[in-house]
Design a binder for this molecule. Structure first.
Ligand SMILES: Cc1cc2nc3c(=O)[nH]c(=O)nc-3n(C[C@H](O)[C@H](O)[C@H](O)COP(=O)(O)OP(=O)(O)OC[C@H]3O[C@@H](n4cnc5c(N)ncnc54)[C@H](O)[C@@H]3O)c2cc1C
Length: 359
């Protein structure tokens, strides 16, 4: 069985790896000459017990550059939560991770490809025919524009990053989105901001975040970049498509509130692998995933955030208990936790006002 995959990101190379290991003849097209060119914070949460069962998640951890031992969360520059006691996740060398996944798989690099229909893909080397075609090209590969926000990021080299094991997340009541400081060692940090705002506003916030910290302000910005992040939630029409199949961000499979996309991209490809291997429906395999439910919940939270006035957003963020905020962000809260959220009077009031049911 010949499989053509358009896109060599986490989703494309996960499905390519899994199918290739089962004996499928896989061919990947990657538009760039190297992997992981698209801007990304390279943040990756610690795998949970379900994820430990799959080799791909451990491959990501194996490629980690730095371990985070806590977090600082700010609202309008006031510290909301601080923890230095739990391993939250990693900064992974995404390029290395993708190189490792691609071992032994034929990848046509520097080849922007186009699906012509009928199993035919046109790449740099001409047209090839496949039995299965998978679109894994990220947000630019969406056949129609799903809801997306812009994210801008600066990579900063500094003589010394303070508390380098503690990443920083910053919320602002007048921005639906957030800023991050992800150190990747003691001398480099990825500092970014994404949200429902134009580039100029996001860049202003980015410089504010950098100025707030002496260690970053003294450093040198070695790269400034930007890209969109899909926040729509899963596009179920695309999930029902069989020719071609869609995985990862091309399908809308990213976390709408946090913009996390690497781990979700891997999960969507696991669902597609199960569908192809067992002859099941891809849509059903996706619906079975815990993360799918959470993508839906985060999209509802985003809808509430978009409707709220800045003062209500302030109240909402301040009243979510720390453990719940963490579980909601990572997509790991259970039904009981969500009920807890609905029982907090300040939050219940806002949820009722906008007639939104989280569960
Ligand atoms: C600034 C920023 C910061 C982010 N930070 C994080 C983070 O810290 N952690 C996290 O988990 N997520 C983060 N994300 C989201 C994450 O990067 C993506 O959601 C994730 O990489 C999606 O994986 P994917 O494989 O579906 O698509 P992508 O990673 O976008 O990969 C698609 C690949 O397909 C290639 N391609 C596209 N079109 C074609 C074509 N026609 N032919 C051939 N190749 C093609 C592209 O070059 C690319 O390599 C961030 C996003 C942005 C913009």
């Amino acid at each position: 069985m010949k499989v053509g995959v358009i896109g060599g990101g986490p989703s494309g190379l996960t499905i390519a790896r899994m199918l290739s290991d089962k004996g499928y003849e896989v061919y990947v097209y990657e538009a760039h000459r190297s992997f992981a060119v698209k801007p990304c914070g390279w943040g990756y949460p610690t795998p949970d017990s379900d994820e430990k069962k799959y080799g791909v998640f451990s491959e990501a951890v194996k490629a980690s550059l730095w371990v985070f031992k806590g977090y600082d969360v700010y609202l309008n520059d006031d510290l909301l939560f601080h923890s230095d006691k739990q391993i939250l996740g990693y900064i992974i060398d995404k390029k290395q991770f993708l190189e490792n996944l691609s071992q032994g798989i034929e990848v046509e690099r520097g080849s922007p490809a186009r699906y012509l229909g009928g199993g035919l893909i046109r790449g740099r080397s001409g047209v090839k025919r496949f039995d299965i075609v998978i679109i894994a090209g990220g947000f630019p590969a969406q056949p129609r524009r799903l809801d997306r926000i812009l994210a801008v990021q600066a990579i900063i080299k500094s003589p010394r990053i303070e508390d380098a094991e503690i990443p920083e997340l910053r919320f602002y009541s007048d921005l639906v989105g957030y800023a991050w400081v992800f150190p990747e060692g003691e001398k480099t940090a990825r500092v970014g901001v994404g949200g429902y705002a134009d580039r100029e506003t996001l860049e202003k916030i980015l410089s504010m975040v950098i100025k707030k910290r002496q260690d970053l302000a003294k450093g040198e910005v070695i790269k400034k970049e930007g890209a969109e992040v899909t926040v729509s939630g899963v596009d179920w029409d695309l999930a029902r498509s069989r020719d071609p199949f869609y995985v990862g961000e091309a399908l809308g499979y990213t976390m709408p509130v946090t913009g996390e996309g690497i781990r979700p991209a891997i999960w969507s490809s696991i669902a597609l692998f199960n569908a192809i291997e067992n002859g099941n429906s891809y849509e059903e395999e996706l619906r079975k995933l815990k993360l799918t439910r959470f993508i839906g919940i985060q999209r509802k939270i985003l809808d509430i955030m978009l409707k709220m006035k800045p003062s209500e957003r302030d109240l909402f963020i301040k009243n979510v208990p720390e453990d719940l905020m963490l579980d909601l962000s990572l997509g790991r809260a259970g039904t009981f936790d969500l009920l807890r959220l609905a029982k907090i009077p300040e939050l219940a009031m806002i949820l009722a006002k906008y007639a939104i049911k989280i569960i």
